[in-house]
Design a protein around this ligand. Sequence first.
Ligand code: PMP
Length: 398
Amino acid sequence: MSLFAAVEMAPRDPILGLNEQFAADPNPAKVNLGVGVYFDDEGKLPLLKCVAAAEQQLLEAKKPRGYLPIDGIAAYDKAVQGLVFGADSDAVKGGRIATVQALGGTGGLKIGADFLKRVNPAAKVLISDPSWENHRALFTNAGFEVGTYPYYDAENRGVRFDAMLAALQAAPKGTVVVLHACCHNPTGYDITPQQWTQVVEAVKSAGLVAFLDMAYQGFGEGIAEDGAVIQQFLAAGIDFFVSTSFSKSFSLYGERVGALSVVCDSADEAARVLSQLKIVIRTNYSNPPTHGAQVVATVLSTPSLRAQWEEELAGMRQRIKLMRSLLVEKLQAAGVKQDLSFIVRQKGMFSYSGLTKEQMQRLRGEFGVYGVDSGRICVAALNSRNIDAVAKAIAQVA
Ligand code: PMP
């Protein structure tokens, strides 16, 4: 009998399944709002100018491709710290942060999860209800029991903040709380800076371990605004984790560029933590790849390229905001009567549209508009050519 005779077929990834269905749909007017990817107004995946310029420089330098250190390119890790925490912050200057290059934001989360499992194997993990789907799977596979804290408020189109805070206050000491630093995926609803202050206080007083997932810095209100919560956690003087992804902000999805940073009490503690993170990496994939991190490090540390990146990132952010307000206008013009202001209040690439599974299925079947059954649509995939059709289709099923 084959070794694999009893291996069961794993369920298909729902979003990838949606992509396959989209690809097979003969409707020429079909629109894919299912994926979590930013497209430009032409419906194309952008190659940022700052990225192309950095790549040109790297090509001309003709660098050999030796192994990188286990924790990645030093200049990259430094650039990540500068961006995420501020180069002048006490924690960075004092050497209190252990940062490692990772395979995208997912890789940062996974290194952090595996390290946490060694440090506190009995801890439970709490993720938002709902959350990015991979949060649950990733922490479960790292050996944790994963629960949720209340988040989405379907009735009032927002966040169940009081319930969220109460859940955090009641969580046992040592519980790992995964928090979306900005641009919550999938709902698009973020909490306010004042509410963050309360969350930081709750994390501190209950002795929880905050794990901030920052996959969309710069897609909400701006680089500094979206990263403000990090400053709040730094000011609270507690240890915490941050995973960083440059997939969206540099449009470098396939290069797998991310990082994990662990903020510690002292430089000595950070050195010990770093040594353990390196073991996690070494025993998984040994060391990270060169190209993407080299590009990001070059852009972030070259003033002219950095300025260009900030401009291009602002362009993506503003286009998403424009699509949000246009969608509201066009839905109203198409006869939708309900209050749609929630669409412009949401941040980042996604919108929980409030549409039901049946409505999402009708959108797909009757109009070729593909979103996730949960009602999530990717606003960053709307453009001036498809938005009229999308608005009319939604108005038909709403
Ligand atoms: N966290 C969240 C909340 C995300 O939405 C994503 C990407 N969809 C990631 C992490 C993973 O990012 P990456 O593709 O860089 O691994």
